[in-house]
Write a protein that binds this ligand. Structure first.
Ligand SMILES: Cc1ncc(COP(=O)(O)O)c(C=O)c1O
Length: 463
């Protein structure tokens, strides 16, 4: 009776010992074809905007915002969301979220300017980050933006600058808590150190500053909701102590971002879709300490959230074209795509889901997907099961909205079109780059200008 079973196991082991190149994936691993994004066919988007193409879905972004806010407000009605601009600084994304009511969360003067250009008033901007210049701080105070102080050195500058303020400014203190490994401790003040309390005392002792908030960002892509609960417990503990001992009123407790998405981290066994908590799970964890101590606050504080990837990741896809196929004998077959890591840097840490655009029943295989850059590490997926690929085939790469545009670079290739769909409409929100976009700021020192150089607008001599 046991013979057939033994044979089967032996067959499976034999199969597993084969190099990937010669293995046949089980038919159940055939990925469904994706030939539409929202109301648009992939074909129509490509014929209008070319390949590669990054497609943002406005309706999905709005839905994500509403779902997240709804999940938190169901438990803590005084919740507000500030969009983490660095996650994707395209103005159209910030404009969509602003129209839903989001504040802007910025970490540089550059990002502050993006919000102001969209008409977001200072009072709806939260200014975080380890470095803010004096000029940026002055502008933020003048425009009543909310500044979270990151370090003792920054505090010293703020205490001096504040002397010149016409009216007192509300500010927050960023803190860090040792919760995860490696600890997210580059930013802010250690929550439990006496010097942190001293910093708070110096703020409350300044007649032009009002200590009105605490800020904590526990990390990025954090699927363990207990970290959020512990983080909020620490914030609540410090806030209550500050209210009791320094007489201040903590109006906002800011839990930052880090909410995981269904993307799968490289090297992690379970898919992100199975491990990413729902907004409701995060809401339960974050609000539990608030609800437990609600009555002890002078006034229940506003809960501020700063999601980045948790809002935008799943609202964007890349459409890509297979440029070439390589089948070296005995080793992994590879398809070269027109999407490289210069526009998809998250391929370094995510195993992005990839779908064929059509499936006419070709045999399945294990594929390595590489980008079009002349660089060995330009790999989008080390191994993915797809139907047989040929040059000209189209693929959809999912959940690419966070950090890809803002961390993209002009390395070897320029950036393509970025579009936003809204129902049946499709709008370019960033046109494909031309060489002048990349080379415009360059200058050629006079001694390098030769007879042959074309010192055109693109290569003008430096005076
Ligand atoms: C202060 C702050 N808020 C919000 C975010 C957004 O993080 P995420 O995109 O992981 O939600 C970050 C990113 O690291 C951050 O540093």
């Amino acid at each position: 009776m046991s013979r057939p079973r033994t044979t089967k196991v032996r067959d499976v082991v034999k199969e597993l010992m084969q190099p990937l190149a010669t293995r046949t994936p089980h038919p159940s691993r055939r990925p469904p074809a994706v030939d539409r994004i929202g109301a648009h066919t992939v074909k129509s988007l490509l014929s209008r905007f070319g390949s590669p193409l990054c497609v943002f879905d406005e309706d999905r972004l709005r839905l994500a915002y509403r779902n997240m806010l709804g999940a938190f407000r169901a438990l803590w009605p005084k919740t507000r969301i500030a969009w983490s601009v660095k996650t994707n600084w395209l103005s159209s994304i910030a404009a969509v979220l602003r129209s839903e009511g989001a504040l802007g969360e910025v970490v540089s003067g550059f990002e502050y300017g993006i919000c102001r250009d969209l008409g977001i008033p200072g009072k709806d901007i939260i200014f975080n980050g380890p470095w803010k210049s004096d000029a940026e701080l002055k502008q933020a105070f003048r425009e009543e933006a909310w500044v979270n102080i990151d370090s003792h050195d920054e505090l010293e500058r703020v205490l001096k600058l504040a002397n010149g303020l016409k009216k007192p400014a509300k500010i927050g203190l960023r803190v860090n808590v040792k919760l995860n490994y490696p600890p997210w401790d580059k930013f802010g003040f250690r929550v439990d150190e006496s010097v942190t309390f001293e910093a708070a005392r110096r703020i409350t002792g300044h007649k032009k500053l009002i200590l009105a908030g605490l800020h904590l960002h526990v990390g990025t892509y954090v699927p363990d909701v207990s970290i959020y609960r512990q983080g909020m417990e620490a914030l609540v503990g410090l806030a209550l102590r500050l209210e009791a001992e320094l007489g201040c009123t903590i109006e906002s407790l800011d839990m930052g971002g880090g909410y995981a998405t269904r993307n799968t981290l490289r090297g992690v066994m379970l898919p992100g879709a199975a491990t990413a908590p729902a907004y409701e799970d995060y809401a339960l964890a974050v609000t539990a300490p608030l609800l437990a101590h609600e009555k002890r606050f002078k006034r229940p504080p506003t809960l501020t959230l700063e999601p980045g990837r948790g809002l935008i990741d799943e609202a964007a896809k890349f459409i890509s074209t297979v440029l070439a196929v390589k089948r070296p004998e005995g080793s992994q077959q590879t398809a070269i795509l027109d999407v490289g890591v210069h526009i998809l840097p998250t391929a370094y840490w995510y195993e992005h889901e990839v779908s064929p655009v059509r499936d006419d029943g070709r045999p399945l295989g294990h594929w390595r997907l590489a980008g079009n850059l002349c660089m060995q590490i330009d790999v989008i997926r080390e191994e993915v099961v797809l139907p047989e690929l040929e040059p000209g085939d189209r693929l959809v790469i999912h959940d690419v909205g966070a950090y890809n545009f803002s961390q993209s670079m002009q390395f070897i290739q320029l950036r393509p079109n970025y579009v936003m769909i809204r129902g049946k409409e499709a709008h370019i929100i960033r046109r494909a780059e031309v060489p002048a976009d990349a080379r415009g700021p360059e200058m050629l020192p006079r001694h390098l200008v030769s007879e042959e150089s074309r010192t055109s607008a693109l290569l003008r001599p430096a005076d």
